[in-house]
Design a protein around this ligand. Structure first.
Ligand code: HEM
Ligand code: HEM
Length: 204
């Protein structure tokens, strides 16, 4: 492969991975966490979550396939750790996406355990994705612009998360004083919830 087209594909690979895995998936998680029921009840949260995750998965998988192609095209160099992490990521993200067909119904008893599993796997995936994006940028070394841009993007997402988390706790504390009209009945009395996120599973 010519050097110029090699760099072109590396950049497409990096961009697709950063936008797909590295941005849309975290945005989808923020939507599921803060807009599902508490502190903000947005009726379209589910559609927004699935659309973000689906688009992120399609873009990210395309980026991953280009990575596989780049790996084959530049035989003398290999980046086994970046590749290994990316394969794990693809497998577990696929497992997470199976929720589209295999998610339990709201009436199923085990939906609580499914939600816990989906939550934990989702958060673990985000951590691994961030590590791999930085590893990828590291292979692409001289370019600090990419690193700075991604740090800026992550910083913005972290700030949004922090603001929403503070808002969640502020609203929750207000609710435990019995002054918040959003609380409903005995379910949310003081001491029955250890955190604002320990809310009922939504009726989808
Ligand atoms: C790679 C893709 C996905 C990731 C990384 C992901 C991640 C997450 C995370 C971290 C949460 C928990 C948010 C919180 O409360 O803190 C969540 C919630 C949820 N996700 Fe996903 N998700 C993905 C795809 C999907 C898909 C395809 C569906 C489609 C059915 C789905 C349905 C749900 C539902 C119903 C909840 C709420 C669960 C509950 O009641 O606690 N997710 N997701
Ligand atoms: C989570 C995101 C990412 C995934 C899943 C991923 C996946 C892959 C895969 C499968 C390979 C082939 C490795 C091999 O066979 O040796 C690869 C190589 C590579 N990736 Fe990534 N990547 C990600 C992020 C990035 C980013 C953000 C960049 C920055 C531009 C990047 C730059 C590279 C480079 C330069 C190579 C080497 C290509 C070669 O073998 O010559 N990657 N990536």
């Amino acid at each position: 492969m010519e050097m110029s087209s090699y760099f072109y594909y590396v950049q497409v690979h990096g961009l697709l991975n950063i936008v797909g895995w590295g941005t849309l998936l975290p945005v989808g998680v923020i939507i599921a966490r803060y807009f599902r029921r508490f502190p903000i009840q947005y009726p379209w949260w589910f559609q927004a979550h699935v659309s973000c995750q689906l688009t992120g998965y399609v873009l990210g998988t395309t980026g991953w396939i280009i990575g596989l192609y780049l790996g084959k095209a530049s035989k003398p160099y290999s980046f086994p750790i970046h590749a290994l992490i990316s394969h794990f990521l693809f497998v577990f993200a696929t497992l997470q996406m199976l929720a589209i067909r295999l998610k339990p119904k709201p009436m199923d008893e085990y939906i609580r355990y499914w939600a816990m599993y989906h939550h934990l796997l989702g958060c673990a995936l985000l951590a691994v994705i961030i590590v791999n994006v930085f590893r990828g940028i590291g292979i692409f070394t001289p370019n600090h612009t990419w690193k700075r841009a991604y740090i800026g993007l992550l910083g913005a997402l972290a700030l949004i998360t922090l603001a929403l988390e503070i808002f969640t706790w502020a609203k929750f504390m207000k609710g435990t004083n019995g002054t918040d009209p959003n609380r409903n009945g005995n379910k949310n009395k003081i001491g029955t919830n250890s955190s604002p996120q320990t809310q009922e599973v939504p009726q989808l």
